[in-house]
Design a binder for this molecule. Sequence first.
Ligand SMILES: Nc1ncnc2c1ncn2[C@@H]1O[C@H](COP(=O)(O)OP(=O)(O)OP(=O)(O)O)[C@@H](O)[C@H]1O
Ligand SMILES: [Mg+2]
Length: 471
Amino acid sequence: MKMIMVVDDEERAAIEVSLILEKEGYTVAKFTDAASAIKTLEAVQDIDLILTDIRMPGMDGTEILKAAQRSKKPVPVIVCTGYGDVETAVNIMRSGASDFLCKPVSSKELLVRVKKVLENSDLAGEVVALRKRLETVESSDALILTGRSKKMVEVYDLTNSVAQTDATVLLRGETGTGKELVARAIHDSGSRKNEPFVAISCTAVQHTLLESVLFGHEKGAFTGAHAPHVGKMEAAGSGTIFLDEIGDTSLDIQAKLLRVLQEREFERVGGSRMMKLNARVVAATNKDLEQAVREGEFREDLYYRLNVVEIRLPPLREREEDILFLADHFLNLFKRRYQKDIEGFSPSAVNQILDHGWPGNVRELKNAIERTVLTNPRRWIDRIPRLVSSMRAHEEICPCAKMVNRVSYIEAKEDCAEELEKAYLTHYLKQEHGHINRVADLMGVSTRTVARQMEKFGLDKSSFKDRKSAV
Ligand SMILES: Nc1ncnc2c1ncn2[C@@H]1O[C@H](COP(=O)(O)OP(=O)(O)OP(=O)(O)O)[C@@H](O)[C@H]1O
Ligand SMILES: [Mg+2]
């Protein structure tokens, strides 16, 4: 049964309208002043429609409209006006009222309009609810950490047990192995889950600005600081601050972070007020931090502060049983997202997936499956487009890769990870004619990473360009 709120300072008019509605089977809550109507609206959740006069002494109908829009479940409003008041009514419609009626209202007209607004509102409510359900299913699916290898089961166990504590966690692992996903899982399964999760990539921010992004700044702290700024540490409140790519921070920032972790307080740049660090700290890196410590690029004391609990995300090539499992998981995810009618992978596609070495790890696999789902015209997936065969790539570059079968190939891979990395990069650069953006996309890494690796291996993009396609 629909509940309608009727508000009119003229009691007779309110009674008249209420009677018409009640006769039709609606439940009516009648008010002669806006203030008590708003109070009730804020206190109860089951009002389906409001019929209100505009001109009332004290608070008027516009206040009711605002309150109806503020309420948890927005309530549709029909505004009733006197004849001379059409202009106000038009303005009110612009502010979001569902309809308006001129007084005196005929009972037939009243019932038709009420029915229509209620029907529209039911429909809108259904659409919102459906969309919400779809979004939560989608996003929770996309954020599920999955895999069934022994190594991943160990990761889940560790993630679950540290989530229940406040310990600082350091996540290690190659690019695309799921470090950020684990950081979120730690946050989402602990007691801070309803507080903010704030991530900051220490390399995405310009070196000189990182301090202010992390800790905030006061107005006038430096040229260009026109207004005070809340830093990520402050924004994280009692939630989680995720310091991504911590291994790439400067020694200067490292010293500041160390102090914050030791004292559990910080101040904004140019400020003098000490603020408490209430957030839990989770950091991640794909760098060899021990080597960076040995080479004086990373502070040893900060390393120990961060490394209270360490979770290592294994690369995909070390958990081969996860590859097809994850491929299936992503196939289902993207099939649903793009509404594609696909049955699964054909045996040759499976071979292709297993033969690839996944240097970009889960991100590369996820990108490859998304690309495949989008472009595959058939019910079965026959091949994964633009995927480089790792065995071929490896054989081309690495003299140790004279393997006779898959097993020796997998063993060989462990011994020459660097050569393999170079082999992939060379292969992708050749295939994509030196287009770094495309290579990064295929490998599931950033263009910065590709550029860094090219420098490391002394590869020059101009040597991969063909004459027809310039970069
Ligand atoms: N075990 C997993 N299950 C499902 N999805 C995963 C898993 N691991 C990673 N992913 C997905 O792969 C992508 C890359 O993961 P993520 O961003 O967490 O990697 P990362 O280790 O932080 O990489 P980088 O070092 O490059 O920042 C994301 O889209 C993530 O959702
Ligand atoms: Mg990351």
